[in-house]
Design a protein around this ligand. Sequence first.
Ligand code: SIN
Length: 284
Amino acid sequence: MPKTNDNPFTRFRVVKSTPRIGAEILDIDLSHVDDALFSELHQAFLENQVLFFRDQKITREQQRALASRFGNLHVHPAAPHLEEDQAAFIIHTHKESKINNGGVWHTDVSCDREPPMATMLHLHVVPPLGGDTLFNSMYAAYEDLSDRMQKFLSGLVAVHDGEQVYRGRYSDRGVDDSDTEYPKSEHPIIRTHPETGRQSLYVNRIFTSHIKGMKPAESRALLAFLYDHAEQPAFQMRFKWSQNDIAFWDNRCVQHLAVWDYWPHERKGIRYTIKGDQPFHREA
Ligand code: SIN
């Protein structure tokens, strides 16, 4: 594939999903990723925030190897994992399920001091219709705020609390968390991406409990405004899954939401998350 200004990639084609976020990567086989292919994938990932790969018939070990190219794997603090692989998180919803995973806008495990930088989900079983995942650009959410609001938010820190999310959450899958202490961390509301240098909005409905240094009513009102602002359709895209598709998103600048509109059908796959660094804010 020739490299041109329009197409900076030689190993695959990129079809953007929307102007603000997302891209499908075409003509690619993820079963073996060499250094040159990895380097192009990494660039496409930073540019598009979430990548989609259709019909990848790769094994769990190959998915693990691919995710590991991006960094060390993260172990989820609450969810059950495979006995043979602590980093493998099985996403599974079926007719007995009472709740799906990630049904409210969030970034993965933002309660960790060093939240996972990226997540790779490979779905093996998809419902006949529905089960889409929505993705939302937090770069776009930040960039669309007024200069005054950007400045006001720049010094603020929010608390992200795992307790309110995880306590008892996986008891239906056999997890006894009576002795577990869930992570709680403070992160800047405006986060600077460590690789692109771009600013993004970093609060989410699941984990963020409050803003430090504000009265509860002020914190609630400001968070409510930020969530409403961030959830505008102009910053979003919606991915329709087929069997064996992979989505790979950057938790440092993307929120996502898994729609549960397919009960009693089954949806199943394997999710790996990659360790990240401690969020920071640096003035542009
Ligand atoms: C999640 O990782 O939050 C779930 C995403 C999905 O199942 O689409």
